[in-house]
Design a protein around this ligand. Sequence first.
Ligand code: FAD
Length: 373
Amino acid sequence: MSTAACDVLVIGGGLVGAAVAWGVARAGATVCVLDEGDDAIRASRGNFGLVWVQGKGDGMPDYAAWTRDSAGRWLELAAIIGEQDGIDVALRQPGGLEPCISEAEWVERELQVRRMHNQPGVGGNDVRMISAAEARELEPALGPEVVGASYCPHDGHVNPLFLLRGLHAGLARHGVDHRLDHWVESVRPDGDGFAVRTAHGTLRAGRVVLAAGLGNVRLGPLVGLDVPTEAERGHILVTERLDPVLSHPMGRLRQTEEGTVMIGASADRVGLDTSLDLATAAALAARARRVVPALGRARLVRSWAALRIMSPDGFPIYAESENHPGAFVVTCHSGVTLAAVHALYLAPSMLQPGFNDRYAAFHPRRFGGAEAA
Ligand SMILES: Cc1cc2nc3c(=O)[nH]c(=O)nc-3n(C[C@H](O)[C@H](O)[C@H](O)COP(=O)(O)OP(=O)(O)OC[C@H]3O[C@@H](n4cnc5c(N)ncnc54)[C@H](O)[C@@H]3O)c2cc1C
């Protein structure tokens, strides 16, 4: 049997894999991260950057609580990255708004807020509906079409690219063997660990974490894990740098530290297609103008589409393989928001027994499929 190359091998170096690797390395494990080349499909380089609590966990109280925990631990994560790696991830948590521009939107939002208040445990995460007047007091740039908003004091935003860079810097500081251009062909149980094959050779590890985003669908069954996720395309538009116009992030609008306003994000299912659909982009821009009329004068300078990693119910999937203990899957569609709990809680818990009990609510058995052989 070959010698173990590391205690934990993480497949995927996006926000999820990097946060997990960061957390297990910080807990003292020797870690290797294998990631694809630059042409890879990566949600982590195309997302909106919200640390978002409101609306998360409608139908799953554990996820509502988990999201709230993460928002609460974000300051700690940002401080560690700032102090130890010198990277300011631009975390701001002033609370967030989700404006409604019709009575129908208001009614739908209010229903969701009420539903989530009635879920056990987290008391609706302090989300409340606010009047148009109160919304405009918080955010004077809102236009006359805004009839009200939902508001959550725990919402915020970060620069997600600086977050990724900060996590990668932490990996380097902890001596993590982080290999780019190492696409994993196969994972195989091997003695008391796993053998992971790439075009550059085979590595051996005591534990393996599938954090390969949409790549987990193929890798999961190799270690007895069913990972039923699909791609969901989202468009984002970016304006030129503007004078301060927004002081709170919104579900579909946020002004960055640099002054650009990000407008997003649509949602459609078109497989692995990341091309930009102009009609979708135009609809996003039109709505943004209705919410904040001042944006009607702004020039758009960038736009792109990227793929979310969606489970059937939209909630995260965390599991350790029953057939091949030591193999884990970690995937979610809110990897920015959840970076704090992934790095600070979930990752170290992989080194302890009882992972599936701790994260029972997030196990893919909730989808009813049998565990892959
Ligand atoms: C438009 C859009 C907006 C979003 N907005 C937000 C937001 O505001 N807030 C929020 O919290 N989340 C948001 N998200 C979601 C967030 O970006 C993702 O949850 C997160 O980036 C997922 O990270 P990941 O590491 O799982 O996946 P990815 O970033 O896709 O990374 C997976 C990595 O695995 C690698 N890989 C795949 N297969 C293999 C293999 N076989 N071998 C080696 N490497 C492999 C890939 O190359 C990639 O680098 C958004 C996503 C999109 C698309």
